[in-house]
Design a protein around this ligand. Structure first.
Ligand code: SF4
Ligand code: SF4
Length: 535
């Protein structure tokens, strides 16, 4: 075991802190303790540290400060030297098998590869290597049925997984697993969707509740279809990228005509139908806003705020997810040198406003937010202190010490969270990993998930930084996460992961500083991040 406490040091203008990895706590320390730890982390022996400190501090103050640290160490409160021994996501083969036999959260069906639009940034637009272009293929009933039967057998939710606020989606009744409908444009194969829903209603195991979600561009969403979805508890996600100039730059028909008005109309139709049906409860839907570059966040923010009457009323509530395609921007600029896009601007400005709103108590009374501050909160959730304050901390909250066998708090259990079933029966880790490259397939619906393949992908990811992870202060709050992001042309690239590790550590460090600066002004200022529920 290392002889150095498993800690990280950081400071604000007014205070010095130790982030203690084992307890996952942040401890305010005095200058002497801070410098002592700093010297220890730089490789000096404890006695050398004490000696070096005498250059700056009075020896009795040093003795007092170090005695205090030792007392805390002895009481096993903080500054433990324990580090993880074995880095593994599953403690044994059986635990892995159990997860993949019981806890497949959602199966997304690619009901068609056809699309009625020609979005310019679309993963199927042909600008991405290894990704298929749009085709005319539809999923057959045989494959869809196999997918549903697969979920009847293996679908479920791990009771230890937390439901995150920013991932929340409020179906009328909590489901045990979910069937997603995805495309192309899934409504081009509405018949198959209906058949799937009827089949689930009639054949799903009686002890499992099935939820449904659909992601659509909204252009084919008629009142009848909306009514059908509401009646069958299908949660609707509309792809909608905000104001016309942003949305229509990318989301277009084959003839180049923008689709902003049609997508906005879909949102209006949902409002209209929900009112007409006079639903006993508010209908929850989602807007998925995908942005690339060449815009100002303030413009996007102001636009969504201006839609308050449509997005948040007594009949309908739309949640909003903002996805910034940072990787896609480079690809775009390579493909369209004559239409170079700048990185989106103005995010920092919104974050500053968000921090001021926190300090002004705008989030203190949960029921009292205005729509404006709710949207501001959503924009800030994308990056700010949520992970730090709640999410990853939560994953380890029962443990005072890192477990001997554990894994950094980030990795995706790929293939169990949201496997994606393609029209021709292949299984991919999720709908984001859309590739023609066989290296990404994790099974076939006729033979099931290939656990050896999944294990080898997880091993590639884990083993590439095993030594670094053992001694990395970011262990609990790491979000290097998605395995897919570390592949280059279908081959795992350890350097990519190492680069990410460096970025994550730098970002987490500055987030810790920012978070403590806020908490120094008001210790309750981030309490609204505490609302993480466990399913
Ligand atoms: S940042 Fe990298 S080295 Fe650190 S815990 Fe995460 S994966 Fe491991
Ligand atoms: S983290 Fe990556 S692999 Fe896992 S579900 Fe998300 S995109 Fe897919």
């Amino acid at each position: 075991m290392s002889d150095i406490p498993f800690i990280h040091l950081f400071s604000t203008d007014t205070n010095k802190y130790v982030y203690d990895v084992n307890s996952n706590d942040i401890i305010k320390v005095d200058d002497i303790a801070y410098d002592y730890f700093h010297l220890l982390l730089s490789g000096f022996e404890p006695d050398e540290c004490k000696y070096l400190l005498t250059n700056e501090y009075d020896s009795s103050a040093i003795t007092k400060s170090i005695a205090f640290i030792q007392e805390i160490e002895k009481a096993e409160l903080y500054f433990s030297k324990t580090r993880p021994q074995e880095i593994a996501l599953f403690c044994c083969e059986n635990s892995m098998k159990y997860t993949y036999s019981n806890y497949i959260n959602q199966l997304t069906l690619e009901v068609t590869q056809r699309c009625n639009l020609n979005c310019r940034y679309c993963i199927f637009s042909g600008i991405y290597e290894q990704s298929r272009p749009h085709t005319k293929k539809d999923m057959t009933w045989k494959i869809a049925k196999s997918g549903l039967d697969f979920m009847f057998q293996y679908g479920g939710r791990d009771p230890n997984d937390s439901i995150l606020l920013r991932d929340r989606f409020k179906p009328k009744e909590k489901s045990d697993f979910t069937i997603g409908f995805y495309g192309g444009e899934p409504l081009l194969n509405f018949e198959l969707i209906q058949k799937c829903i009827t089949y689930c209603r009639q054949n799903a195991p009686t002890d499992k509740k099935v939820g449904f979600v659909i992601t659509t561009n909204g252009t084919l969403l008629s009142d009848d279809i909306i009514e059908y979805f509401i009646a069958n508890n299908v949660a609707i996600t509309i792809s909608f990228d905000g104001p016309q100039n942003i949305h229509d730059k990318f989301r277009i028909h084959a003839n180049g005509k923008g689709t902003h008005q049609e997508a906005l109309n879909a949102i209006k139709r949902i409002n209209y139908v929900a009112r007409k049906m006079n639903l006993p409860e508010t209908l929850y839907c989602l807007i998925n806003c995908l942005v690339l570059g060449g815009f100002h966040f303030r413009e996007l923010f102001d636009y969504f705020v201006s839609l308050e009457n449509l997005l948040d009323n007594e009949y309908v509530h739309f949640d909003l997810v903002i996805n910034t395609l940072t990787g896609g921007l480079k690809k775009w600029n390579d493909c369209y040198p004559e239409e170079q896009l700048e990185k989106p601007a103005g995010y920092e400005e919104l974050l500053e406003e968000y921090k001021s709103a926190c300090l002004a108590g705008k989030y203190k009374n949960d029921n009292n937010h205005t729509f404006y501050f709710d949207i501001l909160n959503i924009f800030a959730y994308n990056n700010l202190y949520f992970d730090l304050h709640a999410r990853t901390r939560h994953q380890f909250s029962d443990e005072n010490e890192i477990l001997e066998t554990s894994h950094p708090g980030c990795i995706c259990k790929l293939g169990s969270r949201r496997p994606f079933l393609t029209v021709d029966g292949r299984i991919l880790p999720c709908e984001r990993v859309f590739s023609e490259n066989p290296s990404f397939y994790v099974g076939r619906i006729d033979t099931g998930l290939d656990l050896n393949k999944i294990k080898s992908m997880l091993d590639d990811f884990t083993n590439s930084t095993i030594e670094e992870c053992r001694d990395c202060w970011c262990y609990r709050i790491c979000d290097v996460g998605c395995i897919n992001d570390n592949y280059e042309e279908g081959v795992f690239d350890a350097r990519k992961k190492m680069d990410k590790c460096r970025q994550v550590r730098a970002r987490r460090h500055s987030e810790l500083v920012g978070m403590m600066k806020l908490l120094e002004q008001d210790p309750t200022v981030l309490d609204h991040y505490n609302e993480v529920a466990v399913s």
